[in-house]
Design a protein around this ligand. Sequence first.
Ligand SMILES: [Zn+2]
Length: 145
Amino acid sequence: MQGRNNRGDKPHFGKVPGEIIKDYSYPSCLILGMTILHVVVGIGERKLWLITAYEPNPGQWEDGFKKRAVIMDKCFFCKGNMVEDTTNYMADLDGHFIIIRNVPCHKCTQCGEVSYSGEVVVRIEKIIEKLKGVLTEVAIVEYAA
Ligand SMILES: [Zn+2]
């Protein structure tokens, strides 16, 4: 969501992790966020400073986005390089075929071996759990949906 870019010298907010629902006259705003957010703040000069805020990449965090995932940079099987990528996750659930598209992963550039962070595995399990009630023969869903 882009912040309003007013004419004149008032700064604008650029990309914010949510929707700006109130633009105050002093350069400040109220953001409605519906996402997992990491916020870095500091205290100085009797003020609380917002240093940065960002949406953590689920491929890089574990333990409820509290711990940086240990990313293997070498493939377990062929020692090729593991790079950030997305893949389509496929599972066979008692004859019901589930495809989750665009799942963040690390993929070996040599043999194509794929690994998922703990955060991604948890989300995949949640998606599958949700689908269990409404399973058709084949279900195709977006990871980010
Ligand atoms: Zn490999």
